[in-house]
Design a binder for this molecule. Sequence first.
Ligand SMILES: [Zn+2]
Length: 270
Amino acid sequence: MLETVKGLILRETPIGDYDKIMTVLTAEHGKISVFARGAKRLKSPLFTPTQLFSYSEMTLYRSASTYYIRQGALVESFYHIRDTLEGAALAGYLADVAADVSQEEQKEEALLRLILNCFYAIAGKIKPPEQIKAVFELRAAAEAGFRPDLVACAGCGKAALETYYFDVSDGIFRCEDCFRAAQTEREAAASRQSEADSIYHTGQLIALLSPSVFAAMRYTIYTRLERIFAFELEDDALRDFASVCEKYLLCHLERNFSTLDFYRSVCSPI
Ligand SMILES: [Zn+2]
């Protein structure tokens, strides 16, 4: 049975001289593997719609767990992502994360829309790469089931603070008073354990965040996807925002990405 879907090509692996197999993110089927026969031939009608980072309409035939592309039409090439090595490296990392967090044969409309928005932003250079990266990391973590609670202090319920004590691993925040109270409790509990345990217990990751950084995090989590880049941060705040969003994602996915190491090696400092 043939089916037509739109999908973003996250990865490609060459098979022999002319074929390739692609990891494609779709709204309807989540992440799928698509075999593209002859697509590496320059004269193949599949050559253009199967380029890495392209968003294409594909007519697919399914056999077992693999899809085979019969026809394709390019919707958006995101060609200008490749204007800079930094842009291309960032797209590679975002694609890698999307491939990691997406599920097979599950609806992934929100994640697809998120990464498409990010690719438009990279290609159009509408925001600093660090901001695009951070927004993607925090929102992708939320879409993957690790949505932080950024509404109110976990201790007393206060919502507006001078400093936000954000607990990266628990995805909650406290005000200073509640943070100190929780620390005292934690230390008391730890002192009843062995010394090694107490080091472990106090090794939690707490980020102290300013109101502007925390507002950016709230915006990223709670705003509609089409408005997700409509905010600005000063350089200092952007640096903190980028740092906490990256830590948050990596902490919850419990892994590193070689594409992130590569991006770091070519990105310009804020
Ligand atoms: Zn509190």
